[in-house]
Design a protein around this ligand. Structure first.
Ligand SMILES: *Cc1c(COP(=O)(O)O)cnc(C)c1O
Length: 379
């Protein structure tokens, strides 16, 4: 089996499994308990908080654990809207955000907020001058992703942060796809809030985090007990949090080497497809992109048929975002990049990760051209 869908989710790293198992067994306590059961796990949660903070260059006290990247995005957007709604009601975002950002923005728009959705160019790049021009004295928040889940295209996070600082507007960055793959630093940039997700970096599903920079006003999404310094009620997902922390520590150590290795594999896969399959075209800027992601339109082919044929060969890939597959809707990301409905429906995403090998890329390049030829009725 060849897994090329790491942007949808990743296999859990064996060292992460080992780190979390005691928290499903003897270390079962509630971190809020004063007795031995609680004490044994409280330290582990705080250790994980430090590990997350080290990966993204923030203080441990700025990390709020959540249940997912989606929850972190929701908390950032709705939490800032609740905290600053009296001062302004305008949010600036982009047309290529994940549903975890796009849909909270839509929800707020239906409640009376104003939302500006900035376009991108045919390479998926955002024009920062246009972003600055969109800011008004009613703007409270800019929300933009660090790296796109469908194409891997990078946003100019540093420039957006500078604009946000200069114009005194909060900047929420959806860092879910970027974290652990490329360097991200809350301390160095103008990022006010940063969303992360454990299962995109080799930890299990069910944990995420929102970094809330000190001084940033953001209300809780989930009201309850005093967990997470009153920022997120509910007994902590201890095993998930410990796993998330361990995965962040591993990512920090292996990121540079893996980025180089996976870029080599990705480029070989991509160049192979472009050479072997006529009418193939890469979606997204060739350089300003995650090293792990390749989104390719193959003219005259339905992505869903191609993915099924690849699946029969044991190859797992995806068409655009996993959250929208199964529905016939054209990817809003590819539409924003000016692709036609037909082009978007013929687009496949390969996203690589730590288990992938040279031999696997060879295997995909060996089966793909014949599948495309068959689907085009050429064989
Ligand atoms: C996966 C993803 C999310 C959502 O994270 P979950 O933990 O799956 O809820 C948000 N943003 C981006 C860019 C993603 O790729």
């Amino acid at each position: 089996m060849i897994y090329l869908d790491h942007n949808a989710t990743t296999p859990v790293h064996p060292d992460v499994v080992e780190a979390l198992l005691p928290f499903l067994q003897e270390k079962f306590g509630n971190p809020s308990s004063i007795h031995w059961g609680g004490r044994a796990v409280k330290g582990a949660v705080e250790n994980a908080r430090e590990q997350v903070a080290e990966l993204v260059g923030c203080e441990p006290g700025e990390v709020v654990f959540t249940s997912s990247g989606t929850e972190a995005d929701n908390m950032a957007i709705k939490g800032v809207a609740a905290a600053l709604g009296g001062r302004g009601n305008h949010i600036v975002t982009t047309q290529v955000e994940h549903p975890g950002v796009a849909n909270p923005c839509l929800y707020l728009e239906n409640l009376g907020f104003e939302v500006t959705r900035l376009p991108v160019d045919t390479d998926g790049l955002l024009d920062v001058e246009r972003l600055e021009a969109a800011i008004t004295d009613r703007t409270i928040l800019i929300s933009a992703m660090a790296a796109n889940n469908e194409t891997g295209v990078l946003m100019p996070v540093r420039e957006i942060g500078e604009i946000a600082l200069r114009r005194r507007v909060y900047f929420h960055c959806d860092g879910v796809q970027a974290a652990g793959k490329i360097p991200l630093s809350v301390r160095d940039g103008g990022i006010s809030l940063l969303a992360l997700s454990a299962h995109k970096l080799y930890a299990p599903k069910g944990a995420g985090a929102l970094v809330v920079k000190r001084g940033v006003k953001c209300h809780p999404l989930i009201h309850g007990g005093s967990q997470e310094r009153n920022r997120r009620g509910g007994t902590e997902n201890v095993a998930g949090i410990v796993a998330f922390g361990k995965a962040c520590a591993i990512s920090r150590e292996t990121m540079a080497g893996e980025a180089l290795r996976l870029k080599g594999l990705r480029d070989r896969l991509e160049e192979g497809i472009l050479a072997l399959v006529s009418g193939a075209r890469v979606n997204g800027h060739r350089e300003l992109r995650l090293p792990t992601t390749s989104n390719i339109t193959i003219a005259g082919v339905e992505a869903d048929s191609l993915l099924m044929a690849l699946d029969l060969e044991g190859v797992a890939a995806s068409s655009g975002s996993a959250c929208s597959s199964g529905t016939l809707k054209v990817s809003p990301v590819l539409a924003a990049m000016g692709r036609t409905g037909e082009e978007a429906k013929g687009s496949v995403r390969f996203s690589l990760g730590r288990g992938n090998t040279d031999a696997e890329i060879d295997r995909v390049l060996a089966v793909l051209p014949a599948i495309v030829a068959r689907l085009r009725g050429e064989s």
